[in-house]
Design a protein around this ligand. Structure first.
Ligand SMILES: O=P(O)(O)OC[C@H]1O[C@H](OP(=O)(O)OP(=O)(O)O)[C@H](O)[C@@H]1O
Ligand code: HPA
Length: 176
């Protein structure tokens, strides 16, 4: 069923079951790749909060979890200007870092995050994102753990917002 958020209409895109299956797959890949390490999962607020919670519950091995808050979107448009609203509170030196994002779109946010993380001498840095928009992506950074590669249309739900609303939807909707 279509839903209305503020001035926009959205149509159902991915069910809670489809999302859950993809989160499970990502958790398995991460568990396999980091089995001999204690990675730091750096969760990018706000959008990644639901994905990160579900992913971390299924990452059943030793890990550190920290949060950072970045923002660049106004409505459905990127401002191109990524700002750090809540800074890093841990030392990442010698750590294996996994950035946890809800979506990689233009890649502006992920590029800013790599600059920030690379201020430390980290052992490795990778990204786990639930959604990736290949047609919108403008960076060269490899996104190793990608859930759904999706078309270049705005989505909401499961943490993702339209003008601050819609984050609490359990399914994902696409703009009509
Ligand atoms: O690849 P990009 O074009 O940079 O877009 C991706 C970023 O945009 C969203 O964050 P937003 O700035 O909307 O903040 P929010 O997470 O608080 O919603 C999303 O959570 C990503 O962090
Ligand atoms: O499609 C999107 N939806 C919500 N937030 C976003 N931030 C980047 N792309 C998106």
């Amino acid at each position: 069923m279509e839903i209305q958020i503020l001035d926009k209409t959205f149509v159902p895109y991915l069910s809670a079951l489809e999302i859950d299956a993809e989160v499970q797959r990502l958790a398995k890949d991460l568990l396999n790749d980091y089995k001999n390490e204690v990675p730091v999962f750096l969760v990018v607020l706000n959008g990644a909060f639901i994905f990160a919670a579900d992913l971390m519950k299924q990452y059943t091995s030793a890990a550190e979890i920290s949060f950072i808050k970045m923002a660049s979107y106004n409505g459905t448009e990127t401002t191109g200007n990524v700002t750090e609203l809540l800074g890093l509170d841990i030392d990442l030196t010698n750590k294996h870092v996994v950035i946890v994002e809800d979506i990689v779109d233009t890649g502006n946010t992920i590029a800013a995050l790599y600059n920030l993380v690379n201020r430390f001498k980290v052992k490795s840095i990778n990204t786990a994102t639930l959604f990736f928009k290949p047609e919108a992506y403008k960076q060269t950074i490899d996104i190793k753990y990608t859930g759904f590669s999706i078309e270049n249309k705005f989505i909401v739900g499961y943490g993702l917002d339209y003008n601050k609303q819609g984050r609490n939807l359990g399914e994902v909707y696409q703009i009509k």
